[in-house]
Design a binder for this molecule. Structure first.
Ligand code: SF4
Ligand code: SF4
Length: 390
């Protein structure tokens, strides 16, 4: 979306959200499961979490994550805003259930996607005065121990001996980000393979000391090929860093031994680890960055508007809307998209940054969207983690 009234694009929406919330004051997550788990700790931090709701009677009787789980029958009387936090396949069913109980979308309940991408960030700034985002990353290195064809960051094109960002640049990124944002659901250190970054421990300590209270989750995403040294693990433990491991054993069976060693080590150290072993990891989306797509400006705009990627990147004082767009352009040496960022080190109003976060910008899209399939990429599947040369 193009900025037409920068700093005031969402005033009318924000007014409605705040007026409604003033009468509700609390949020219930309908769906005591994976999606609800993503949100509830942030809502607890804001002091506005009333509990979960679920049709599952076992969950109603036993609670979930130590929180109450209400029967849908009592929701109308509770008067809280309900966020439908279930998988796509169940959304319509829950929506009809709530409507059949006399509730209306946008007034009594809202779907998780709108809540996450717009409603809650708007509430956070306009009602609580806090600039919030869901996910942002620092790419500490573009080097990687694997060379996956179609790596979404194009890291397979990067020389293993090339230079990483300096610790000063990484600290600058964190300072600029947390100077602007008041709270983030997940702040990620990513690569390439982040455990190749020699100053990772120093960076975690720096961010952990200064900003740990401004994030719910502090995480590292790794391909699991490196078992970090004990001193680095101690730092991860101290600052409650979650290690997210993408499990590629289905494509690269030889990695099984590495993963076993890594899981065992993390468990011994008492570090929280999460393994991603989803359908998404068995097959990847081909975004088509190397397919020489030809698109009109209108199609490029449409690709951006439909995409709604959640993955921001901060690099120095530059806040990039799409981590893939930035890293792929760099690693493929495309020399486009160099202006596709929000300058965190400039003077700006928080409303302007929130609008950028929601998808507003001067052009209304990123240069790289002209080379990308965006949401359509889910229809172009490729085997996950297929290695160059295999
Ligand atoms: S997909 Fe991940 S593991 Fe594969 S080359 Fe890219 S960064 Fe490395
Ligand atoms: S369409 Fe644009 S914003 Fe979305 S993933 Fe592609 S390059 Fe990034």
């Amino acid at each position: 979306m193009k900025w037409k009234n920068k700093g005031h694009e969402i005033d009318a929406y924000a007014e409605k959200v705040c007026a409604l919330f003033e009468t509700q004051k609390q949020i219930i997550l309908f769906g005591a499961g994976r999606i609800g788990t993503q949100f509830y700790r942030t809502l607890l931090t804001y002091g506005i979490f009333a509990g979960f709701a679920d049709n599952d009677m076992d969950k109603q009787n036993n609670g979930f994550e130590g929180q109450p789980v209400y029967s849908p029958d009592v929701l109308k009387d509770m008067g809280a805003m309900i966020v439908v936090s279930v998988g796509k396949e169940y959304c319509d069913g829950i929506k009809h259930q709530l409507e059949s109980m006399g509730m209306t979308e946008g007034i009594n309940f809202i779907m998780a996607e709108e809540f996450e991408k717009k409603w809650f960030p708007v509430l956070s700034l306009y009602y609580f005065g806090k600039l919030y985002t869901n996910l942002a990353q620092i790419c500490v290195t573009e080097r990687c121990t694997l060379r996956c064809k179609k790596c979404a960051h194009a890291c397979h094109l990067v020389d293993i001996h090339s230079k990483d960002i300096s610790i000063e640049h990484a600290r600058h990124s964190a300072d600029s980000f947390f100077g602007a944002f008041d709270f983030i659901r997940e702040f990620v250190l990513i690569g390439g393979e982040p455990f190749l970054y020699k100053d990772l421990g120093m960076l975690i300590e720096y961010i952990g000391e200064k900003y740990r209270n401004k994030m719910e989750l502090f995480s590292i995403t790794t391909n699991g090929t490196i078992v970090p040294a004990d001193d680095l693990l101690a730092i991860c433990k101290k600052y409650e860093v979650t290690i997210r491991i993408t499990d590629y054993t289905k494509s690269i069976p030889r990695l099984e031994k590495n993963y076993k060693r890594l899981y065992e080590t993390l468990e011994l150290c008492g570090i929280n680890s999460v393994v991603w072993e989803t359908d998404h990891e068995k097959s990847w989306f081909d975004y088509g960055f190397d397919a020489n797509l030809v698109k009109s400006a209108a199609d490029t705009q449409r690709t951006f508007d439909d995409c709604k990627t959640p993955c921001r990147e901060v690099s120095g004082g530059k806040y990039y809307y799409c981590v893939m767009a930035h890293t792929v352009a760099n690693n493929m040496k495309l020399e486009i998209g160099e202006m596709d960022y929000f300058d965190l080190d400039s003077d700006f109003e928080k409303q302007e940054l929130l609008e950028f976060e929601i998808g507003y910008s001067k052009k209304g899209y990123l240069d790289m969207c002209s080379r990308c399939r965006g949401k359509e990429a889910e229809n172009y599947r490729i085997p996950a983690a297929e290695q160059v040369g295999s």
